[in-house]
Ligand binder design. Sequence first.
Ligand SMILES: [Zn+2]
Length: 163
Amino acid sequence: MAICAECGKVFRPDRYNSWRERLYCGPSCALTGRKRSQRDWRLKKFETDPEWAAQARALSAVCQKARRAAIKASKTAAAEVEGMALRRREEADKARGAAEAATRQTALLLFGLCADLSDSKTPEEVARFSAMMVDKGVRLGGASALQARQSTYAFQPQVSAGP
Ligand SMILES: [Zn+2]
């Protein structure tokens, strides 16, 4: 019988298991015991071997510096990705704003043209006239003509459209 060096339990050493040599009752005690003895060895070495201690401190400093550099690099990369996304959003907003302004401009242009052509004095008269013009456009087959040439060029004269 033997006493476990880690938990103090009395146990029967099993000569087929590797931890029996270190006098641990099982794998779990062998693991914590090994970690403890490594820690104890390091602490003792720090006290007794100044040269080894200096090297260990230098190595630890190098590792810490590398770790900090890696963290900083990943933060920088994340910030760059975020900045790119922000710029893309701003560009999309700007494009949408420009498109809305163009639509407003076109609506105002049509309103002004209708007012001028019909000699209207009130918005209601302009609305009546523009409704008449839409009817006229429908009657002349304007819908199919517009569909054929994809809205952007809707107001360009085209010889091949209609009679
Ligand atoms: Zn044990």
